[in-house]
Design a protein around this ligand. Structure first.
Ligand SMILES: *Cc1c(COP(=O)(O)O)cnc(C)c1O
Length: 475
């Protein structure tokens, strides 16, 4: 007997409730909304105590199980979680490092591509494969990357039986490390396409593929983007993992921990919110922004206003509109899908999110925000290095600055270190005078053979290329 399915609902309220397997494969809901759990699993103090001492993979299986009730992958979950983190290059998977008084860094860069996205995506790729195998289906993942999402997406899909992945990047416009993290992956189901053009050209090409209904059906087009619920689920794990360690002696449920998260799409910090909704004692959730500080302006002044995107030293947070914020907005608007729909429409057309004072205050009871510009980022990276000998990446520096500015109440605070310093070597060298070395599993990255085709911005050619190479061609 399988467990009854755990239901998910759309933040816009107009799509029918769906199962985990449906939303895993669908991504966005049909009404344009994002899926959220209809109700959160409830962890008691005893649950948290029982989890203390679990391995990272064991904890992941425990946390994901209720979210995946009824899934075709549910029975395999412990083994899939085990396999997901087996290749990480630190035995603790997400080690916690004390940095200064009551403040810790949680290193989320021990996966294959050196950024926190691996923590969820390594599991999500395996869940896709398991669910697709059970359904006898295959998918073709197509994506565009400016350099950061591509490697993690490819690492998640490489070698998976039921998936082919085509990743577009702008030729010559990613860093060499980023390009090589994509093009040196040897698996036959990975196709790298360097487009003669910009990141926007790549995105236009991807949009054109998704707009082609005949192609969509023939190759079962899909995406592994940050609005997929399964990514949020996979990220909840490290919040719990950190809190169980920092909670230290005594009952984890008695000592609240705050988290500081360098944020772009709000997906990572929303997982912290999810952990709290399930019962983890979380003090504050502190959002760190670079010069693209729309979220910080919201949490400080209730001013979520669209401005242009400024390129910064922390490029993975150079984002204008944080797509996952809609999940929080849904709760702030008392889970009224129609109200979310109209607020988002007003935001998109008028450039500013209307939210009354009382609801905004509910948000700021938990969330704080602070921003740090590039000069401040370099300065902070330098001072941490001078004081401790530790190199931190620019995204982590943004989180650390926010933690120092916004922590309160004496809670310990955990800063999520979202990338390895060697992923952003130019900024790190500028700040510390030393070029950070790649970890051993990537030490020969520059000697590995690359596979990549180069293409003009031509959607007909791209379509032909996908049809010629995807294993899922029907009719
Ligand atoms: C993607 C990314 C972020 C932003 O994560 P969100 O979930 O979009 O908030 C921060 N830091 C690094 C290194 C990233 O790769």
């Amino acid at each position: 007997m399988t467990a009854p399915a755990f239901p998910y609902i759309s933040t816009r309220g107009a799509a029918p409730p769906a199962t985990f397997d449906d939303i895993l494969l669908a991504g966005l809901a049909r009404d344009g909304g994002l899926y959220v759990p209809e109700a959160w699993p409830a962890w008691t103090a005893d649950t948290l105590e029982r989890w203390r001492g679990h391995s990272y993979a064991g904890l992941a299986a425990e946390i994901c199980a209720p979210f995946m009730a009824g899934s075709a992958a549910a029975a395999d979950l412990p083994a899939l979680a085990e396999a997901s983190y087996a290749g990480f290059d630190d035995p603790a998977v997400a080690p916690l490092v004390p940095l200064e008084d009551g403040l810790y860094l949680q290193e989320l860069f021990h996966g294959p591509t050196l950024a926190f996205k691996d923590y969820a995506l390594q599991l999500v790729g395996r869940l896709f494969d398991a669910v697709l195998a059970a359904r006898g289906e295959r998918i073709t993942v197509v994506g565009a990357t400016s350099g950061d999402t591509g490697p993690a997406g490819i690492a998640a899909c490489a070698g998976r039986e039921a998936i082919d992945i085509f990743m577009l990047h702008p030729a010559g416009r990613t860093s060499e490390v980023q390009r090589r993290q994509m093009t040196t992956v040897p698996d036959g189901n990975v196709f790298n396409i360097a487009v003669d053009g910009t990141f926007d050209d790549c995105q236009d090409l991807v949009k054109a593929l998704f707009a082609d209904d005949a192609l969509r059906d023939r190759v079962n087009l899909s995406a592994v983007n940050s609005i997929n619920w399964a990514r949020v689920m996979g990220q909840i794990v490290y919040y719990v993992h950190a809190a169980l360690q920092v909670g230290g002696q005594g009952n984890a449920s008695e000592r609240a921990v705050s988290f500081a998260v360098p944020t772009g799409n709000f997906g990572n910090v929303f997982a912290g919110y999810g952990a709290r909704r399930c019962g983890l004692p979380v003090g504050r959730l502190i959002v760190g922004s670079n010069a693209n500080d729309i979220l910080t302006r919201f949490f400080r002044h209730n001013a979520m206003e669209i401005r242009g995107v400024t390129p910064t030293l922390s490029p993975s947070m150079d984002i204008q509109v944080s797509s996952n914020f809609e999940r929080l907005l849904f709760d702030l608007l008392d889970r009224d899908g129609a109200a979310v729909e109209s607020a988002i429409r007003a935001f998109r057309t008028g450039g500013s999110l209307p939210l009354d004072e009382a609801r905004w205050q509910r948000a700021t009871a938990l969330f704080r925000g602070a921003s740090l510009d590039d000069e401040g980022t370099i300065g902070l990276m330098r001072s941490v290095f001078e004081r401790t000998g530790r190199q931190i990446d620019p995204h982590t520096a943004v989180g650390l600055a926010a933690a120092r500015e916004c922590r309160g109440g004496g809670d310990p605070v955990v800063v999520l270190a979202t990338a390895h310093p060697a992923k952003f070597p130019d900024a790190v060298e500028r700040a510390t005078g030393r070029r950070p070395a790649l970890p051993p599993h990537l030490a020969d990255l520059h000697a590995r053979a690359e596979r990549c085709v180069t293409m003009a911005k031509d959607s007909a050619r791209l379509t032909d290329y996908v049809l010629a190479n995807a294993r899922t061609v029907r009719g």
